[in-house]
Design a protein around this ligand. Structure first.
Ligand code: HEM
Length: 151
């Protein structure tokens, strides 16, 4: 169980921590300093490196989470906060999969075609969805840790 919690929390730290850095720290600086062509190329470079890690985190968080539920006696035996975490976690994963195949796909194509207008629109969609996922991630961490303390 302890090993599963370690994998679970490592996955969360890389995923949610990476979103926090990108959304709250790198984004405003890039917006201030870089013109759209350079800024869009920067983000394609950043996502090309971050998103493969997010896939690893999604699989690790889901597999370790479901394994822990199994070890705790199954869905019927776990506390309400684990169900909430499972639901919020699945919502975060669906949002990531949508981002990866839709606006991120559009962003890469637009940058390859030097279509900065549509690239900007795709980046704006990614920014909004990553903002939602970051908020869900922080709320889920609060629910998970407070839940584990209160249960
Ligand atoms: C998507 C499916 C998920 C499942 C099935 C799941 C399941 C679990 C389970 C069973 C535990 C152990 C609870 C305990 O020891 O009482 C746990 C712990 C934890 N989970 Fe999740 N989880 C999921 C997603 C997430 C997500 C998305 C986050 C954060 C963004 C998260 C954050 C945590 C944290 C921080 C703990 C440690 C709580 C503590 O011991 O203080 N989990 N999770």
């Amino acid at each position: 169980m302890k090993f599963m919690i370690m994998l679970h929390v490592l996955g969360i730290v890389i995923w949610v921590g990476g979103m926090f850095f990108a959304h709250q720290l790198l984004r405003p600086v890039a917006a201030d300093l870089l013109e759209p062509p350079l800024r869009l190329q920067l983000w394609v470079g950043v996502f090309k490196r971050f998103f493969p890690w997010v896939w690893v985190c999604v699989v690790t968080v889901l597999a370790s989470g479901l394994s822990m539920i199994g070890l705790m006696g199954g869905m019927g035996a776990v506390h309400l906060y684990v169900h909430a975490m499972y639901g919020l976690g699945l919502a975060m994963m669906v949002i990531f999969v949508y981002v990866f195949f839709m606006p991120y796909g559009r962003l890469r194509k637009s940058v390859a075609n030097q279509d900065w207008k549509n690239g900007g629109a795709a980046l704006a969609a990614i920014r909004q969805l990553v903002g939602i996922n970051l908020s869900l991630g922080l709320i889920t961490i609060a629910i998970a840790t407070a839940g584990a303390m209160l249960a």
